[in-house]
Design a protein around this ligand. Structure first.
Ligand SMILES: NC(=O)c1ccc[n+]([C@@H]2O[C@H](COP(=O)([O-])OP(=O)(O)OC[C@H]3O[C@@H](n4cnc5c(N)ncnc54)[C@H](OP(=O)(O)O)[C@@H]3O)[C@@H](O)[C@H]2O)c1
Length: 249
């Protein structure tokens, strides 16, 4: 029960690794608030997590995040743990990147996450912890990944700066950077049918030193470690959860 009496806000908590983390936080005693855009999966997530509250809020809209934070404050006074996990994929080689696609991915994966931190940290106090989902995309070049990788690399450095800025307030901030994890994200790539997704998975598995994809639960374990007291002397790290892909691949 590492998170007994803690108030946890998971931005992007209705699917994949965000949902697994929200469930794990609750299983260890936390009061969980979670966001997403899809009302049906928000409702399902809340139904699976006793005592939780769900909000439909697009992280690309800082005012929407601000309103969520206001409601969390009204309900529970504060946030002890903030997990900024919302993100979208976006594969396209240089010649096919459109300005709209670039802006869409960056409005969520970079701009939205930064302003979410700004809004939420207002109600965080001493001993608070922030975890942010990055990606191995920020650690190595992969053809077709320019838009997404640029957003996550920008996020990684921005968060390092903010980790430093939050030190005087005794708030720790760390990132997890997952490698290929089997989540609904893979199936959301526009223009990719089930067969292409399977091929993509096989290609990824062939390159992973552990010869398998990771699970949302494995990422959640890293998130809870960084968010909890066991990581009390850790801030500013970007923890790879990637089956050895970046360091051993
Ligand atoms: N799966 C991987 O292999 C992998 C690898 C490296 C990094 N990541 C990163 O891991 C994070 C979680 O992804 P996942 O794999 O668990 O995928 P997922 O199942 O698609 O989950 C993405 C989450 O982000 C939320 N989200 C997306 N856009 C949002 C927006 N504009 N506003 C609010 N919430 C939004 C989604 O909610 P809705 O469904 O309601 O939109 C969902 O809860 C992302 O940041 C992703 O970039 C994933």
């Amino acid at each position: 029960m590492r998170f007994k009496d803690k108030v946890v806000l998971v931005l992007g908590g209705n699917s994949g690794m965000g949902l697994a983390s929200a469930q794990a936080f609750a299983a260890e005693g936390a009061t969980v608030h979670l966001t997403g855009r899809n009302q049906q999966t928000i409702d399902e997530a809340v139904a699976s997590i006793p005592g939780s509250t769900g909000y439909s809020a697009d992280i690309a809209d800082p005012a929407a995040t601000e309103e969520v934070v206001r409601q969390v404050e009204q309900a529970d006074d504060r946030i002890d743990v903030l997990y900024i996990n919302a993100g979208v994929g976006g594969f396209a080689p240089l010649e096919a990147i459109t300005e709209d696609d670039w802006d869409f991915v960056h409005s969520i994966n970079l701009r939205g996450c930064v302003f979410a931190l700004q809004k939420a940290v207002r109600i965080m106090g001493e001993g608070g912890a922030v975890v942010v989902t990055g990606s191995i995309g920020a650690h190595g070049p992969l053809e077709g990944n320019g838009t997404y990788a640029a957003a996550k690399a920008g996020l990684s450095m921005a968060m390092k700066v903010f980790a430093k800025e939050l030190l005087p307030r005794k708030i720790r901030l760390n990132m997890v950077s997952p490698g290929p994890i089997d989540t609904p994200l893979l199936h959301r790539n526009p223009g990719m049918g089930p067969e292409e997704v399977e091929k993509l998975k096989e290609m990824m598995i062939a390159n992973i030193p552990m010869h398998r994809m990771g699970t949302s639960e494995e990422v959640a374990k890293a998130v809870l470690f960084l968010a909890g007291e066991d990581a009390s002397f850790i801030s500013g790290v970007d923890l790879l959860v990637d089956g050895g892909l970046i360091e051993l691949g």
